[in-house]
Design a protein around this ligand. Structure first.
Ligand code: SAH
Length: 333
């Protein structure tokens, strides 16, 4: 029998990439539990296998270490080709620094396409940034970034450039893989890069083992975060320039205070309108820019004032300002 017929005879296998969330059964999705229950083979890092111990009795278990990611994907493909349903377990979400990418790479290498008899399903889970944020308050309510400090597969200049860019652009940042036994200096370098752009008292929360037995949360600041206990199971959340800590909660404002007077019962501020862009939103800002330019400010002066590239300022000034569309977009304040 050729390979394809053989497969059809024994029933097609399946690879399920299961994100199990932070590591407590309560925070796993129904689909994640069902996928593990449905699997013939469960593959994962020992710690994660332990977390789902109650679901895997009687199944074939392949325990692999952290550094065997590609082997795990290869084992999954082999078992699926043999007609088995395989659950590959990742903590958090399988697509966030997890097994989803390496698995597709291995599959493509082996000639797999979406039409293949072997099906692939990715089951989303709450990533560490969601879990850690939920434990410390609401730090991610405005634009944020995730950066991994692991240089096992990424050159340091690449990591440092990204740290520098997001620190400059005032993103809230979740640092994954911040420190390990061997990688201790990366977090110090991250701190050094951030301090070039952010205030020393910028709030930082360090969450270790979120929703696990040894859960530990520390609030600190950018200039003293390196003294805190940070390890392999920690995620470091660095606030933006508006993030604050009150009553032990880290909060990043959405920006309501830009438009509404929170003290005066939420009255709309002068010059602002509910459901419309801010007066400093794109169109309002363009009008200001045109006026400043007309009043004699050079492109370079405007670029420095607004901390934007001169060629962007030049191109945008060259385009006429159009009147704002009337429709109010759903869900916008
Ligand atoms: N796929 C995972 C991330 C794997 S990378 C996810 O989506 O969350 C491993 C890193 O994730 C760790 O170094 C740590 O920074 C973070 N992490 C994973 N689980 C965590 C937890 N329970 N508490 C805090 N950080 C966690």
């Amino acid at each position: 029998m050729n390979e394809e017929l053989e497969q059809a005879a024994i029933g097609a296998g399946k690879i399920m990439l299961v994100g199990i969330g932070p590591g407590s059964v309560d925070h796993m999705t129904q689909r994640a539990r069902a996928a593990i229950a449905e699997a013939d083979v469960v593959i994962g890092y020992v710690t994660y296998i332990k977390l789902v111990a109650d679901l895997i009795e009687g199944k074939e278990i392949i325990r692999k270490s952290m550094t065997e990611e590609l082997d795990r994907a290869v084992s999954a493909l082999e078992a699926a080709r043999a007609g088995k349903k395989v659950a590959l377990i990742s903590s958090g979400d399988a697509g966030v620094y997890g097994m989803a990418g390496p698995t597709y790479e291995v599959l493509f290498q082996a000639g797999w396409t979406p039409d293949d008899a072997v099906a692939v399903e990715i089951i989303p889970g709450a990533s560490a940034l969601n879990s850690c944020a939920a434990l410390v308050g609401a730090p991610l309510t405005h634009d944020f970034c995730a950066i991994s400090l692991s240089d096992l597969l990424t050159p340091w200049p690449t990591i440092a450039r990204r740290l520098d860019a997001v620190a400059m652009a005032d993103f809230v940042v979740a640092l994954y893989n911040p420190k390990s036994g061997r990688r201790t200096r990366q977090i110090l370098e991250a701190q050094r890069l951030f301090l070039r752009h952010r205030r020393p008292d910028t709030p930082v929360a360090i969450v270790k083992s979120a929703y696990r037995r040894r859960e530990n949360i520390v609030f600190t600041t950018l200039d003293s975060m390196a003294e805190a206990d940070i390890g392999m199971l920690s995620t470091v959340l660095i606030g933006n320039s508006n993030t604050f800590v009150r009553h032990g909660l880290m909060v990043t404002p959405r920006g309501y205070a830009n438009k509404y007077d929170m003290e005066e019962g939420g009255a709309t501020r002068d010059g602002e309108r509910a459901g419309r862009s801010l007066s400093t939103g794109l169109l309002g800002w363009l009008e200001t820019l045109q006026a400043e330019h007309a009043a004699g400010d050079s492109i370079e002066t405007l670029a420095a004032r607004h901390r934007l590239p001169a060629d962007y300022i030049r191109d945008t000034l060259a385009e006429p300002v159009e009147v704002e569309a009337v429709a109010v977009e759903e869900g916008e304040a």
